[in-house]
Design a binder for this molecule. Structure first.
Ligand code: ZN
Length: 167
């Protein structure tokens, strides 16, 4: 396998890992927001004075209903959250291992090039499909295409148009 291909595999594994980690953070955030909402409704209910006045009673009934719904939602969420969290933890462990595994094969010069391109491009390394760069979707020049086909002769092949590393 060419070193650019290895870099690409590492890049994809890193992206997958980052996505799982983001989802885990988001999971924590959503649970926090639900608990916060329940606290907020409870505070409003507590602040409502006990009275026989019909308007106040309606307000109380509405708040109680809102609280009930929020608790239902929180219950549903925490049941599915726990399962999703376990799945994600497993996925993160596997992905961390995969990233580490690919890292062992990475060419340091290529990695430095990757970091350089990454300063301006979110996806610094892309595939070539139908003689076209999958980063900017422009066709490769004939000379670049020839270089890319030869696997760069041990050198990094960059897209002439967007400067991304080509796999
Ligand atoms: Zn390009």
């Amino acid at each position: 396998m060419s070193t650019a291909k290895q870099l690409y595999m590492w890049h994809q594994a890193s992206q997958a890992l980052a996505a799982s980690q983001r989802e885990m953070e988001w999971l924590g955030q959503e649970g926090h927001e639900l608990r916060e909402r329940i606290r907020e409704i409870s505070r409003k209910l507590d602040a409502l004075p006990e009275t026989a006045e019909p308007d106040r009673q309606i307000a109380r009934l509405l708040l109680e209903q809102e609280l009930w719904l929020a608790r239902q939602e929180a219950e549903r969420f925490s049941a599915s959250e726990e399962q999703r969290r376990q799945e994600l933890e497993l996925a993160v462990r596997e992905q961390q291992f995969r990233v580490w595994e690919w890292e062992q094969h990475l060419d340091q010069a290529l990695l430095a090039e990757y970091d350089r391109v990454r300063e301006t491009k979110e996806r610094p390394i892309v595939e070539v499909k139908n003689n076209t760069c999958m980063g900017c979707f422009l066709p490769l020049s004939l000379s670049n295409l020839a270089r890319w086909r030869k696997g760069g002769d041990g050198k990094v092949v960059l897209c002439d148009e967007c400067g991304r590393i080509l796999v």
